[in-house]
Design a protein around this ligand. Structure first.
Ligand code: HPA
Length: 296
């Protein structure tokens, strides 16, 4: 194959049409829940649920802690669609599959993408349980050629060479910082740079030190492909990392990281993340068109 497996426009459209004919919601906000953060969905009222296995063309989720369903519902009266379980490059999916749902969201009429993830901290001064509002990212696989937009470009989604100097919406970031202050959590909230690595192994000490030198604040195995494709098709993006572990940078350290620890921190911070995302959605300005389809 000369480039990654291709998806044509019609495939995305077929999935969007399938969903639109089955849900009354017309969401303008999509939320992708990271590892152990699927409980964000609990905040959605009046849910309509579609298992990934039932949605045409949807990839399937294989990671423990990821449920694998699309949940439509309302957050403070605003229609949202939530991915409970995301697709990772390390599972073996081509990036065109990892990012498939994002283009479907665009075709559903979504305007804002909220991404959450579990990440390890590289920055000095971050602690387990802290929240990082993503202000920028380093697409490490992308810089090396593993890029979700590799291959022929479909102008119906966006330009061949999309700008990436304004990925994370500054106004939404500011709004989230203000909410974190109100929730009395500002001591544990940072703004920082996220770096995507391929995984599935965690970093060696030498790799961690390299990331530190590169200006990375938190490292994870997701988010960047989805966000890149979202910006390509014009979505506004807000991203949040939950720091589930400190990445070891010293050879004499006893700290080790495992997936269970990552999931358990997610559970501990569930309520706070829920409140932050709910308030953010409540306060964000969206185009004033109908949230739900009016049945004739
Ligand atoms: N490294 C990479 N990905 C991660 C980590 C980490 O330390 N923690 C959670 N996801």
């Amino acid at each position: 194959m000369p480039y990654q497996e291709e998806q044509n426009y019609e495939t995305y459209q077929e999935t969007a049409d399938w969903l639109l004919s089955r849900t009354k919601y017309r969401p303008k906000v999509a939320i992708i829940c990271g590892s152990g953060l699927g409980m964000l969905v609990e905040a959605l009222a009046n849910q309509e649920i579609f298992k990934y296995t039932d949605v045409p063309n949807f990839p399937q989720s294989t990671v423990q802690g990821h449920t694998g369903q699309l949940v439509f519902g309302e957050l403070k009266g605003k229609a949202c669609v939530c991915m409970q379980g995301r697709f990772h490059m390390f599972e073996g999916y081509p990036l065109v599959k990892v990012t498939f749902p994002v283009r479907v969201f665009h075709l559903l009429g979504v305007e804002v993408l909220i991404v959450t993830n579990a990440a390890g901290s590289i920055a000095d001064g971050y602690n387990t349980g802290d929240i990082m509002i993503i202000k920028d990212h380093i697409n490490l696989p992308g810089l090396a050629g593993q890029h979700p937009l590799r291959g022929p470009n479909d102008e119906r989604f966006g330009p061949r060479f999309p700008c990436m100097s304004d990925v994370y919406d500054r106004a939404l970031g500011k709004l989230a910082l203000g909410i974190s202050r109100e929730l009395d959590f500002s001591n544990y909230t940072h703004e920082g740079v996220y770096c995507m690595v391929g995984g599935p192994s965690f970093e060696t000490i030498a790799e961690a030190r390299l990331l530190h030198k590169l200006g990375v604040d938190a490292v994870g195995m997701s988010t960047v492909p989805e966000v890149t494709v979202a910006r390509h098709c014009g979505l506004q993006v807000f991203g949040l990392s939950l720091i589930t572990n400190k990445v070891t940078m010293e050879y004499d350290s006893n700290e080790v990281v495992d997936h269970e620890a990552v999931l358990s921190i997610g559970k501990k911070r569930a309520r706070l993340l829920q409140s932050l995302v709910t308030e953010l959605v409540a306060r964000m300005e969206l185009n004033p068109t109908a949230n739900v389809q009016v049945k004739k």
